[in-house]
Design a binder for this molecule. Structure first.
Ligand SMILES: [Fe+2]
Length: 180
């Protein structure tokens, strides 16, 4: 279950209803898939073959197609990151910069953990959304954010796109960005 941390107060929001209500106000889509649908062998696997990626997509085919039909996504894939990923630190450095996209950024976490840092409304400021397996999030287009890993440095997620070019990152320079 996702948890929120407001950066400027360090306040935490937990519990599905509270998290959902907070994210709704921030125009961030939050849904849930059944993490237990994934075969056990894939729940702790962070280096994946093409066949295993296809198996993850097949496991969640109904959920993917439902989300895609509601929100217009046309393509999807699986991304896996862990310490086994070549140049992980360099990759994370690139990730950890506030940016925007011209389409929304959708991630359904199927294993491991991850965190989205999002610029909220003026009264909220930057907040963290800590995600685990089963959490589905969409950061709206043009909303400043970045994504990174948590302490375990492991994640597998399904990404959905309207068109892959929509996912190009546009750097967002923000003097009010709170680094922690
Ligand atoms: Fe992004």
């Amino acid at each position: 279950m996702a948890e929120i941390r407001i950066r400027h107060t360090n306040a935490r929001i937990s519990g599905e209803d509270n998290v959902k209500a907070f994210l709704e106000k921030q125009e961030v889509l939050y849904e849930h898939w059944d993490a237990n649908k994934l075969p056990d062998a894939l729940k702790e696997k962070f280096v994946l073959t093409d066949e295993e990626k296809a198996e993850i997509l097949a496991t969640y085919d109904d959920e993917i197609r439902d989300l895609a039909s509601r929100r217009g996504y046309l393509t999807w894939d699986v991304i896996a990151l862990s310490d086994a990923t070549p140049n992980l630190d360099e990759l994370l450095k690139k990730f950890e910069q506030v940016h925007t996209h011209t389409e929304d950024e959708v991630r359904a976490i199927t294993a491991g953990k991850g965190i989205f840092i999002i610029k909220g409304t003026d009264d909220v400021g930057y907040f963290d959304v800590e995600l685990e397996a089963g959490d589905v999030i969409s950061v709206p287009e043009h909303k400043p954010h970045f994504f990174t890993l948590m302490e375990n440095r492991k994640i597998v997620a399904v990404r959905l796109f309207i068109e892959t070019e929509g996912w190009i990152a546009h750097p967002f320079t923000d003097p009010s960005f709170q680094n922690a």
